[in-house]
Write a protein that binds this ligand. Structure first.
Ligand SMILES: NC(=O)C1=CN([C@@H]2O[C@H](COP(=O)(O)OP(=O)(O)OC[C@H]3O[C@@H](n4cnc5c(N)ncnc54)[C@H](OP(=O)(O)O)[C@@H]3O)[C@@H](O)[C@H]2O)C=CC1
Ligand SMILES: CC(=O)[C@@H](O)[C@H](O)COP(=O)(O)O
Ligand SMILES: [Mn+2]
Length: 389
């Protein structure tokens, strides 16, 4: 059987390293064609030495020379910069591009990969949040599959196998509630980044971990689900499920519900997307009901955690509003991680950006690029005037 050629964009991150674990355990099925990182030269070199891809790309020019010299003896092409990142996904040996980089940086390489006819294993949810209409339209035109990696969307995708004839009444995305579940705004005003980075169930990159703490992650996932599964906003619900065992649910129009369950481990959805349509055997720890005699559910508190409501608003109004929400959030989360703003200011910045950046009803790719840049400028100016630092 032919091995699938995999490109991992963001191989040094949480998803990227777990994807390489999956590949290492399934060497007869996969071959690594491309690995990319932003600045972590040391890890990228180790990965390249182990997996022998045809090409590696390092985003940072400063790190390029180090990677180039370390891999000089191997038949591996070493490239640098954002154009190389967008170009490398077109290489002929690639069957699937795993988008595991963080944030808006995923958009242009994903568009290029789809245009080149590559299937996408999509972890980078921000791509669909920013430009879901454009991405899904393009994927359809090119006959490209977008295979979800995000655990909730993988759960829904798995529940939908064999259901092509049947209508979805609604989907229910589960949310852990994050480290501040049950807290009020007075408490949130004083929380630190160290507290916010302690996710109750998942070990992930810093940006998504803060998004989970503000409930923006669930907001982004609501928008991601709309585009992946072609749903109306009224068909998407969120329920807080602190144990993160039920990864999400689908209700069909006969009222029946299907859920996908398991211990929280991203290797499973990564493996499902890379192996699709095959389920690959694994030795991952198994879930046991007796270890979890109580699974609980709560309504999300959207008054305290405004970001989820803002995402529903962006979804309802459409146009470039979700792009504005995403850019403002990326800048605000970065500032929070640098102790330049407080936790509650993250939502304040997003609210202001959504009100002030010009609305575009039917955006082109250029409109998205412009909206992203304008929103970042505005958010940075708001942060410069913040009184926290
Ligand atoms: N982690 C998880 O469990 C989950 C993650 N996701 C989504 O997957 C994506 C990746 O998340 P995660 O793995 O946690 O993130 P990490 O921060 O752990 O890793 C990000 C990766 O992207 C690279 N990178 C960072 N900035 C850029 C840039 N500007 N251009 C190109 N590459 C860049 C990093 O390189 P370097 O190491 O050199 O900085 C690293 O390889 C996100 O969109 C997230 O929302 C979805 C579900 C679960
Ligand atoms: C693992 C994964 O898919 C994350 O998106 C996770 O769901 C975050 O947890 P929250 O439910 O706290 O946002
Ligand atoms: Mn998720």
């Amino acid at each position: 059987m032919n091995k699938k050629g995999i490109a991992i964009l963001g191989s040094t991150g949480s998803i990227g390293t777990q994807a390489l674990e999956v590949i290492a355990a399934n060497r007869s099925l996969f071959r690594v064609e491309v690995l990319t990182a932003h600045s972590n030269a040391r890890l990228l070199i180790q990965q390249a030495q182990k997996f022998k891809p045809k090409t590696v790309v390092i985003g940072s020019e400063k790190a390029y020379q180090l990677v180039y010299s370390a891999l000089a003896e191997l038949p591996i092409k070493v490239l640098c910069g954002s154009e190389a990142l967008a170009e490398v996904v077109e290489h002929p040996g690639i069957d699937i591009v795993l988008t595991a980089m963080v944030g808006y940086s995923g958009l242009l390489p994903t568009i290029r990969a789809i245009e080149a006819g590559k299937d996408i294993a999509l972890a980078n949810k921000e791509t669909l949040v920013v430009a879901g209409a454009l991405i899904t339209r393009l994927a359809k035109e090119k006959g490209v599959r977008i295979l979800p990696v995000d655990s909730e969307h993988s759960a829904i995708f798995q529940c939908l196998v064999g259901e092509a004839e049947n209508s979805i009444e609604k989907i229910i995305l589960t949310a852990s509630g994050g480290p501040f579940r049950g807290k009020d705004r007075a408490y949130l005003a004083g929380v630190t980044k160290a507290q916010a980075l302690k996710h109750p169930n998942w070990t992930m990159g810093a940006k998504i971990t803060i998004d989970s703490a503000t409930l923006m992650n669930k907001g982004l996932e609501v928008i991601e689900a709309k585009w992946l599964f072609d749903l109306a906003d009224s068909q998407i619900e969120v329920i807080v499920h602190p144990q993160s065992i039920i990864h999400s649910l689908v209700q069909f129009d006969d009222g029946s519900m299907k859920a996908q369950m398991g211990l929280p481990d991203m290797k499973l959805p990564i493996q499902y997307a890379l192996g699709y349509p095959r389920r690959l055997p694994s030795d991952f720890p198994r879930f046991n009901f007796l270890d979890y005699p109580t699974l609980t559910f709560e309504k999300p508190d959207m008054e305290t955690f405004q970001n989820l409501e803002l995402a529903f608003l962006a979804l309802k109004k459409g146009g470039n509003l979700a792009c504005i929400l995403n850019a403002a959030n990326e800048i605000a989360v970065e500032a929070f991680l640098e102790d330049r703003i407080g936790f509650l200011e993250i939502s304040d910045i997003i609210v202001t950006a959504m009100a002030k950046v010009p609305f575009v009803k039917d955006p082109s790719i250029e409109d998205y690029v412009q909206t992203d840049a304008a929103t970042r400028d505005l958010a940075l100016s708001l942060i410069a005037n913040s009184t926290v630092s």
